[in-house]
Write a protein that binds this ligand. Sequence first.
Ligand code: SF4
Ligand code: SF4
Length: 96
Amino acid sequence: MTISLKNVSDIDVTCANCQACCCRMEVMIISDTGVPDKHISVDEWGGETMLRLDDGWCSAVDRDTFLCTIYENRPWICREFEMGSDECRDVFNVVE
Ligand code: SF4
Ligand code: SF4
């Protein structure tokens, strides 16, 4: 089996050509920014993360536009995640 890897180093990495790839990562909620309860998953130790649905994306992603539906209340980690950063490039996928 061959696994093809994408080299994104020379691709213009922007949210405009990415289907919210970073919104498929685990997002811990470490401060109260007003995330609605329906989007929060609580583990057995009381830790809170953004709920992810069966398709892998955060439940707050609009499935048509891939925009955040709770932008004003998104977690601190989402606010700090930087487009074009190493973390972004690690998860980036170009829309086919
Ligand atoms: S992974 Fe990067 S390019 Fe894609 S939506 Fe997130 S910040 Fe934007
Ligand atoms: S809260 Fe918004 S920005 Fe953060 S992972 Fe969910 S959809 Fe993405």
